[in-house]
Design a protein around this ligand. Structure first.
Ligand SMILES: Cc1cc2nc3c(=O)[nH]c(=O)nc-3n(C[C@H](O)[C@H](O)[C@H](O)COP(=O)(O)O)c2cc1C
Length: 511
């Protein structure tokens, strides 16, 4: 057995990587652009298999796809190459090219801290109508797959997940990984949090696209880490598997062939790489080492209910049918991009309500349908028609916002978001806060991964809902303890996991 149960490791990592005014302003870290890592993993020796392009939108409105994505969709559709191409493109593909003085900047379907794109996606599948069974890597730079192994290796994932029920029936299993250096180059040891933040925004897109196509999708976080790393040929000191997504159902899976060691050349990322031992230590401490440990680990958490509202309640409102945006999920993903500046304008309570309703459950091995989420949404309202300015907590069961403190908090919002103008100018800022202690008690150190991931998936959904509404949004980083203090006493003892600002993007007036 590993040391997943010794949860001091998660506390040490969390405390050791929190941002404070002091830590940020005294940091001597600088960005060495001469040594900036490549944002792509490239296997120069493997033959590319082009993915089909030409993807007509299926026409499912984004908000419908988002609300369908909070439960596991039913359906018997077998994912084929065309569907996988679409899923990969709208989750992690290149969707925007912007010329800059430093060359062309390539942006992707999901937001990513620092646009450093350290997350890769792999596929493990049985024989599909148009793709041979194998283990594949998604080449984002040239929109291709490259086969790392030939043969049906899904049985190895069934074993690694201790027969997880969705994995055991899945024709395709998708795996996200992070190459730490591609993010730690800028963010140092805090990059381990970003592994789950940046997998989460990808998964928000992926779950919505899967739901729009009625392909069952389940997120699986319990697995024997080293078996999955070995299957993908990862060097776990530098790159690790993070999250599995089982796609489709009704497949039968036999034993996998022997998993031989893979030695494949990849293009060097930069001149040299810096190792951050705190990242490796946290990953190792939250790793599961054998099937029995995975089987015992799986299941739902009993998260204490949110304290019943005791303050003034503001019920959420719905958009009228004419107001409900109809743009498809694909159109919204193509339009998404983090707002770089907000105009100080109001959004309506109907718009904020619609965005908040996109927050919801995740079909996953660490939760059951209808369970309470691991994170609570706390909000700073700067300018929302129909709501007094102030701080709030969202009660999903009551479909209402509870006013915690009335007041103008633009300056405080800016300060909490690392003194940036974005949260001060935004119409509203949503913070996901979690009570880590019972989650670590239930899931061990791996609970830390879950809390970050759940917040990030819901943060990604907030992004998409905001863009569906014709608004803008951006993820933000924050001063950890100041966020807790700001929302205390209600938020006392909780830890900030993820932050999203939303509002009207600033547009320069012509002339
Ligand atoms: C979790 C998270 C935190 C982020 N933090 C900041 C931030 O503090 N300041 C900022 O300007 N942008 C922030 N961003 C936005 C990223 O810089 C942006 O996603 C990236 O440049 C890619 O651009 P795009 O989202 O427009 O595709 C954040 C994004 C995420 C997902």
């Amino acid at each position: 057995m590993g040391n997943n149960r010794d949860v001091q490791a998660a506390w040490d990592y969390h405390e050791g990587t929190r941002h404070s005014f002091q830590s940020v302003h005294s940091s001597r870290h600088f960005l060495d652009f001469e040594n900036q890592p490549l944002p792509f993993k490239i296997y120069p020796g493997l033959k590319p298999i082009p993915l089909p392009r030409g993807m007509e939108p299926p026409g499912v409105p984004a908000l419908e796809a988002l609300s369908a994505s909070v439960v596991e969709p039913e359906g018997e559709r077998l994912p084929d190459l065309k569907f996988l191409a679409r899923l990969l493109h709208y989750s992690a593909g290149i969707t925007k090219r912007i010329r800059s003085p430093h060359g062309e900047m390539l942006f992707r379907a999901a937001s990513c801290t620092g646009a450093l794109y350290h997350i890769d996606l792999y596929l493990v599948c049985g024989d599909l109508p148009d793709l041979e069974a194998g283990v594949y890597h998604f080449g984002v730079h040239d929109f291709t797959l490259r086969r790392l192994r030939r043969g049906d290796f899904r049985g190895e994932l069934v074993r690694a997940t201790a027969d997880e029920s969705a994995v055991a029936l899945a024709p395709v299993i998708l795996i996200s990984s992070s190459t730490f250096w591609r993010n730690s180059w800028k963010y140092q040891a805090r990059a381990y949090r970003h592994c789950f933040w940046d997998s989460g925004t990808i998964l928000a897109n992926l779950l919505a696209i899967a739901a729009a196509h009625r392909v069952p999708a389940r997120v699986v976080c319990g697995f024997v880490d080293n078996w999955v790393n070995r299957l993908l040929g990862l060097e776990p000191q530098r790159e690790v598997a993070l999250v599995l997504a089982a796609l489709g159902g009704n497949s039968s899976i036999g034993h996998a062939p022997e998993v031989r060691q893979l030695v494949l050349e990849t293009t060097p990322l930069s001149r040299s790489e810096v190792d951050y031992p705190a990242i490796r230590a946290m990953h190792e401490a939250s790793s599961l080492t054998e099937e029995a440990e995975v089987a015992a680990w799986r299941g739902a958490a009993a998260v204490a209910p949110l304290a019943p509202p005791s303050g003034r309640l503001f019920p959420l409102r719905s958009l009228s049918e004419e107001e409900a945006p109809q743009d498809s999920i694909e159109e919204v993903i193509l339009r998404r991009g983090s707002s770089r500046r907000f105009a100080r304008e109001s959004v309506s309570l109907e718009q904020l309500s619609t965005a908040l309703r996109s927050i919801g459950g995740i079909a996953a091995d660490f939760t059951q349908s209808g369970d309470r989420l691991l994170n609570d949404a706390y909000i700073i309202v700067n300018d929302v028609e129909g709501l007094p300015c102030g701080s709030y907590v969202y009660h999903p069961d009551e479909s209402a916002l509870e006013l915690l403190r009335e007041g103008e908090f633009r300056d405080e919002a800016g300060d909490l978001g690392l003194e940036q103008a974005l949260p001060a100018d935004a119409s509203a800022n949503v913070f996901f806060l979690t009570d880590l202690a019972p989650i670590l008690e239930r899931f061990g150190n791996r609970g830390y991964r879950l809390a970050q991931l759940e917040a990030a998936i819901n943060g990604g959904r907030l992004y998409l809902a905001s863009y569906a509404l014709g608004l803008g949004a951006t993820g933000l980083t924050f001063y950890d303890d100041d966020v807790t203090d700001f929302f205390s006493p209600h938020g006392e003892g909780k830890s900030a996991m993820f932050m999203v600002a939303l509002g009207h993007p600033f547009r320069r007036r012509p002339g």
